[in-house]
Design a protein around this ligand. Structure first.
Ligand SMILES: Cc1ncc(COP(=O)(O)O)c(C=O)c1O
Length: 389
């Protein structure tokens, strides 16, 4: 079928790239060792810190988010180190599998994939680790496979309450510039992030924001590293350069997206995402369907995972919606395959884009004969109208 108008890319990342960012990237690539690049690099490496709410160094890799996961591990840890990870969902599991491949001794605290990290369980496990074998605690802030947010300040408090020296690593790949995040205030040691979600860029850049403690740990970490070495990166970054060829045009895009975010203001960005999350959940409930996330304090402003009624396949629904309305929704990952679909409402987004997205889902539910009440869009619109900005 020929589709007209704009495709609706409502997966929870990659997200819609603003025209301003696309135009900013459509510029000639410059000499990455020339003076113009040095100025761009210095500006970006400084300005990007605001999004993390940190004054500490942020390094930018020409890589997807998976690379930044690897960088966090290999720069700080040594073979055989114990790492405590929380299995909030599919992405947390992938990070754990990577850590295992590096010969780290990983330990997974389970969840039911409908709740975030349990600070009490983290505290109990750390208290039991009297010899301080555990060198790092890894948590995914917004678990993109479930739409559940872990409460990072409470995790920090748990580590402090246990008087444990483990470093805290947080994956903010689908929360940065969408859901409130304060690296320094929350005492995070390494923040992992990516370009293709709240930053409204194409995939291809990823980030490590690095605390002083993490940097100190990197001085005696023995896992092998080449491309990911913070030392090489930070040294080159001092003058605005990279130790290898950077993704120059994506960096032009980053300069523009940081500008867009600062025009809106981060607090407004967070409020907008929270509001779209609430409108979406109202639609889901009005349809008579269930939001996967069970705890209001852990609701995600980035995405909503919706449980299908028993006997109905989420991927069949998604395929029907894509074919009929040119709307892409997120698939269920891992044990949630076929059971949930995910509505992305993050990044470059507004009320009418959400209204269109929810209308596509509602019509799709009818087409795919999924039992529901066709009043979800109405519920969302009522909320959006009363809570209009
Ligand atoms: C929370 C989270 N962590 C890690 C990743 C992996 O990032 P990438 O696919 O960019 O390598 C993703 C990807 O969606 C993610 O959502």
């Amino acid at each position: 079928m020929i589709h007209t108008g704009r495709h609706f890319l409502q997966i929870p990342g990659p997200t819609n790239v603003p025209d301003r960012v696309l135009r900013a990237m459509a510029q000639p690539t410059i000499d990455h060792r020339g003076p113009e690049f040095g100025e761009l690099g210095l500006k970006l490496l400084h300005d990007v810190r605001a999004v993390f709410k940190t004054t500490q160094p942020v390094v930018i890799y020409p890589a997807s988010g998976t690379g930044a996961w690897e960088a966090a591990l290999v720069n700080t840890l040594s073979p055989g180190d114990a790492v405590l990870m929380v299995e909030t969902g599919w992405f947390a599991l992938l990070w754990e599998q990577m850590a295992t491949r590096f010969g780290l001794k990983t330990e997974l605290l389970p969840t039911d994939w409908r709740h975030g990290a349990d600070p009490a369980a983290i505290e109990a496990r750390l208290r039991a680790d009297r010899g301080h074998e555990i060198k790092a605690v890894c948590v995914v802030h917004n678990e993109t496979s479930t739409g559940v947010v872990s409460r990072i300040p409470a995790v920090r408090e748990a580590i402090d309450a246990a008087r444990h020296p483990a470093l805290l690593f947080v994956d903010t790949i689908s929360s940065l510039a969408s859901i409130e995040y304060r690296m320094d205030e929350w005492g995070v040691d390494v923040t992992v992030a990516g370009s293709q979600k709240g930053l409204m860029l194409p995939p291809g850049l990823s980030f490590n924001a690095i605390s002083e403690r993490a940097l100190a740990a990197s001085k005696h970490a023995r896992l092998p590293k080449g491309f990911w070495s913070w030392d090489d990166m930070l040294k080159a970054n001092e003058t605005g350069y990279f130790p290898y060829t950077p993704a120059t045009n994506l960096l032009y895009g980053l300069r523009e997206s940081l500008e867009i975010l600062s025009e809106e203001g981060l607090e407004s960005v967070f409020a907008r995402h929270a509001r779209h999350g609430e409108a979406t959940r109202r639609a889901v409930r009005a349809w008579g369907l269930e939001v996967l996330c069970l705890t209001p304090a852990e609701y995600s402003g980035s995405l909503t995972a919706v449980l299908m009624p028993a006997g109905h396949d989420a991927d069949a629904l998604r395929a029907r919606i894509l074919a009929a309305f040119d709307l892409s929704l997120g698939t269920g990952l891992g044990r949630l395959k076929s059971k949930v679909f995910r509505i992305g409402h993050l990044g470059h987004f507004n009320d009418l884009m959400l209204a269109g997205t929810l209308a596509g889902v509602e019509m799709g539910l009818t087409l795919a004969r999924v039992p529901h009440e066709p009043i979800g869009v109405r519920a969302a619109l009522d909320y959006l109208a009363t809570a209009a900005r």
